[in-house]
Design a binder for this molecule. Structure first.
Ligand code: ADP
Ligand code: MG
Length: 442
């Protein structure tokens, strides 16, 4: 199928083409036509399947830019990261419509600024339930013109105990509205929730393709983690723990051994979480140690190895975790340490000590990420950074990794062998005719 089979707006089709979206993903193909018909939709698809554009495309297509004081859509997401990712994707989808105002409303940021921003009108709000409700109670946010309410990662929001907040938020929206519910799972809780807030819903379920994930289970042992890492030698690896305390403990333990490891959990400030994710996606950090809450839904490319240092309580979370490896035709590997009381694991356990380990070595990441003080605001594009690195510094393109351009700053990862030298030279060279400040991360 093509986007043009159900989207008539040529500017949107061109924009999608610019974004590299050649064809709709299965979830987009199956939900967008119903959403455009204003039906309520309950959709299930796994992480990375393109759910944001599935609801985002219709929202942008229906947007009336003139009505900026009549907020027409609200999207609720479980965490700040997810809300930020949704807003980012919506802005990309709306890139061809001038003056669209999309605002994120999440905790961890002063309310004053958010209230101020809303005074200038906003078309679409993306937020976490707690903060959205707080702003509603302060009468700083008005949802009486809402046409569409989206609950993204609804299962997660229920798990996190947002049910009552969401119910209260819904009371501020018109009865006659479209409600879209996206979830990674369809359990009884979700079905019941859907019944209470949706009308004549259309149900869409995308079956997961047969996975190419190899799963191995080891009897838990204290040094098992290091043995596994030394044996499998991943370039990118997520280690799941059940608590943030355990995350921090494993992070310290691996860092002590000179492994590039960072943890992500709810105690971190937003800015540190962003930087950690950036280092991980830029491959300048090999190990990301995460809790389920922190990792859920994050748009991270597939990793070589998933390690369940702690097994999760249920099969569903387990499936979700191991889905982080082996995407896009690449066989993935997921290993789990079993302590003996996780009843859904019913296999013969292997002994980790039977794995062969070469002489131990340090486990530094291949890349180091440089941060450049200058971004979209300064009209810097990836090409400008590449130009400075290749033409001025004469760095071979094969030593340059991922480039990310944010609003105020940019990040580029460099092969660690050349990073120090590149860093020194980049500080003195010009990017878009200007000398910019440069830092080395971590
Ligand atoms: P989900 O919410 O299902 O986890 P996302 O909406 O975050 O997935 O999308 C995952 C990634 O796929 C994003 O990087 C997004 O830009 C990309 N993407 C979405 N739709 C398409 C498409 N039709 N073609 C190519 N890439 C897409
Ligand atoms: Mg999503």
């Amino acid at each position: 199928m093509n986007f043009s089979d159900f989207i008539a707006n040529n500017d949107m089709i061109k924009n999608l083409d610019n974004l590299g979206y050649k064809n709709p993903t299965p979830i987009q193909e199956k939900t967008i036509p119903s959403i455009l018909k204003k039906q309520d939709v309950l959709a299930k698809a796994k992480t990375g399947s393109g759910k944001t554009a599935a609801f985002g495309l219709p929202l942008i297509l229906e947007l009336d830019v003139k009505k900026r004081y009549e907020t027409s859509a609200i999207i609720l997401a479980p965490t700040r990261e997810l809300a930020d990712q949704v807003a980012k994707e919506l802005r990309r989808l709306a890139a061809f419509v001038e003056n669209t105002k999309i605002l994120t409303l999440c905790g961890g940021t002063p309310m004053r600024g958010q209230i101020q921003s809303m005074k200038h009108g906003v078309h679409i709000v993306v937020g976490t339930p707690g903060r959205v409700l707080a702003l509603l109670k302060k009468e700083a946010l008005n949802l009486e013109y809402i046409k569409t309410l989206v609950l993204d990662e609804a299962d997660r929001m229920l798990d996190m105990g947002f049910f009552e907040d969401i119910e209260q938020i819904i009371n501020f929206t018109p009865k006659k509205r479209q409600t879209l519910l996206f979830s990674a799972t369809f359990d009884d809780k979700i079905l019941e929730f859907s019944k209470s807030i949706q009308n004549d819903r259309v149900e869409v379920e995308i079956e997961e393709e047969t996975s190419s994930i190899k799963e191995r289970f080891f009897k838990f042992s204290d040094e098992g983690l290091e043995i596994a890492v030394q044996h499998f030698k991943p370039e990118t690896c997520i280690i799941f723990c059940n608590t943030k305390i355990k995350c921090k403990e494993i992070e310290a333990r691996l860092q002590d051994k000179n492994y590039d490891a960072l943890s992500i959990h709810s105690d971190l400030e937003q800015i540190d979480r962003d930087e950690t994710l950036l280092e991980f996606t830029h491959k300048s950090c090999t190990f990301l140690i995460a809790t389920d809450v922190a990792a859920r839904g994050l748009d991270i490319p597939s990793v070589d190895l998933v390690i369940n240092y702690d097994l999760p309580k249920g099969q569903e979370v387990y499936t979700h975790r191991i889905g982080r490896t082996g995407r896009m035709d690449k066989e993935g590997l997921a290993i789990s340490f079993v302590r003996g009381y996780e009843e859904y694991i019913d296999v013969q356990l292997e002994d980790i000590n039977s794995l062969h380990v070469d002489s131990p070595r340090s486990y530094k990441a291949k890349m180091i990420t440089l941060c450049i003080e200058g971004g979209k605001r300064d009209k810097i594009r990836a090409g400008d950074i590449l130009g400075a690195l290749i033409k001025e510094i004469r760095l071979d393109g094969k030593h340059i990794g991922k480039i990310t351009i944010n609003r105020k700053d940019s990040y580029v990862s460099i092969n660690s062998e050349f990073a120090q030298e590149t860093f020194e030279k980049l500080k003195k060279s010009k990017i878009k005719g200007r000398t910019l400040r440069v830092w080395m991360l971590s």
